[in-house]
Write a protein that binds this ligand. Structure first.
Ligand SMILES: *Cc1c(COP(=O)(O)O)cnc(C)c1O
Length: 424
């Protein structure tokens, strides 16, 4: 049966193929299809819905704002909504963490933030080469693709992706060589052929590339190498940020302070498009309008973004709640993984999943989960990792319910009995 999505919408569509239903309403951790099925959401808009769907603390101020006749679109003009967002971000996020960053609003998507970061790093250093990591994902525009690992996505560029190279992420070489052996040696040797980079761009957890999580010590060493060689460190926190790994920024508690930070996905809190590029004040070398864009002043997103920070990030209580949910998720994943020889739990915080030795297993379990009312996706170059990303606001009961569906789906696919009894 063909429908308008298949007859009119491009073949490029992707998520709707695995989850072939028409969604209608959404609330908290649930989505509802027009034919009346309920789906528990372990996907959370790929990280754009950290506070769940239609959270009332964000919906109400948004509706009030829209109904009040306030300005919606304003490029980068000064608005009350933008002032409130900047003040709140400064007071609740930057100041308590002792982070001294300027805030730039690039276009409203993650890849816009990455492009701005790369451009600025090149401008500030006068160098053009950038280092990215194996299995990294930074977005689909040309600059971001050049530092992205996935060969199918890179192929889509249609032109050579240049001025970047890929070096091993934490765990890529399975601990067989000391961390950064090649990078240190190449930077030290003028005959290495490595163009001195402007920047290194890194995800602390590889959201799309297979959920490898970098160790804090590895990140610290990377940061030290960057400092020693006057290379800028960019952390792409588009997916791992906004509380996903347990703290607002994923690099808190690692001891590193990146020169540039990319945020998007959940920064509006409501699923509205918004992105920020943060950088140390001495890097603010832009000329007015040098990096421009029509949709940088998304006032509805400023309203929900400020409301999200005020509702969730006033104090440390939310971090404790995330920690409790994280413990429950990881325990459940461990029990599910234990049933399959060679399966391992990957990730950090509520960006976690299971790597299966059979690269087809995760995709089959995700499909089986959908038929049982759970949205869960895969990650990694072959889709070999089952990726769970519940809302940070999910309840214990909802999380248990989701883990039970996941366990049943995994049982159906692997044929191994799974008991989740120790999950609270
Ligand atoms: C999703 C993502 C991006 C790209 O964001 P878009 O809004 O899809 O352009 C960049 N980096 C990371 C780490 C992401 O997860």
């Amino acid at each position: 049966m063909s429908d308008i999505f298949e007859s009119l919408e491009s073949e490029v569509r992707s998520y709707c193929r695995g989850w072939n239903t028409v969604f209608d309403r959404a609330s908290g951790s649930f989505l509802y299809s027009e034919d009346g099925h309920e789906y528990l959401d372990f996907f959370s808009g790929a990280g754009a819905l950290n506070y769940g769907h239609n959270h009332p603390a964000l919906l109400r101020p948004l509706l009030e704002y829209l109904l009040s006749g306030a300005v919606v679109h304003s490029l980068d003009m000064k608005t009350k909504a933008k002032r409130r967002f900047l003040e709140t971000f400064h007071e609740l996020i930057l100041k308590p963490r002792d982070l001294n960053y300027k805030v730039m609003f690039p276009g409203p998507t993650g890849t816009n933030s990455v492009e701005a970061a790369l451009k600025l790093a090149r401008k500030a250093t006068g160098r053009f080469h950038v280092l990215g990591f194996t299995n990294a994902f930074h977005g689909m525009t040309l600059g971001s693709l050049a530092v992205t690992g996935n060969s199918m996505k890179r192929q889509g560029a249609g032109i050579p992706l240049t001025h970047a190279s890929s070096i091993p992420y934490d765990g890529f070489l399975a601990g067989e060589t000391p961390d950064f052996l090649w990078l240190r040696s190449a930077l030290a040797d003028s005959g290495s052929g490595l163009e001195k980079p402007a920047a290194v761009i890194v995800e602390t957890v590889q959201g799309e590339g297979g959920l490898r999580a970098a160790r804090a010590s590895w990140l610290r060493e990377l940061s030290e190498i960057c400092r020693e060689h006057d290379i800028l460190l960019i952390v792409d926190d588009v997916q791992a940020g906004c509380g996903r790994t347990g703290t607002f920024f994923s690099f808190e508690n690692t001891g590193i302070v990146p020169d540039i930070v990319c945020l998007s996905k959940s920064i509006s809190g409501f699923g509205l498009p918004l992105a920020l590029t943060l950088f140390k004040p001495e890097l603010d070398l832009w000329k007015p309008g040098e990096h421009n864009g029509t949709f940088r002043g998304n006032n509805p997103a400023f309203v929900t973004g400020a409301a999200a920070l005020e509702h969730f990030w006033q104090d440390r209580k939310f971090e404790q709640e995330i920690a409790a949910v994280t413990a429950q998720l990881h325990e459940g994943l461990r029990l599910i993984a234990n049933a399959t020889e060679g399966a391992t739990v990957r990730g950090r915080g509520l960006l976690a999943g299971i790597h299966y030795p059979d690269p087809t297993a995760a995709g089959k379990i995700a499909a089986e989960s959908f038929s049982r009312g759970l949205l869960v996706e895969t990650s990694g170059p072959e889709g070999e990792v089952l990726k769970t990303m519940p809302a940070l606001t999910i309840s214990t009961t909802e999380l248990r319910h989701g883990l039970e569906i996941l366990a049943e789906a995994a049982e159906a696919i692997t044929g191994q009995k799974i008991v989740l009894r120790t999950v609270a």
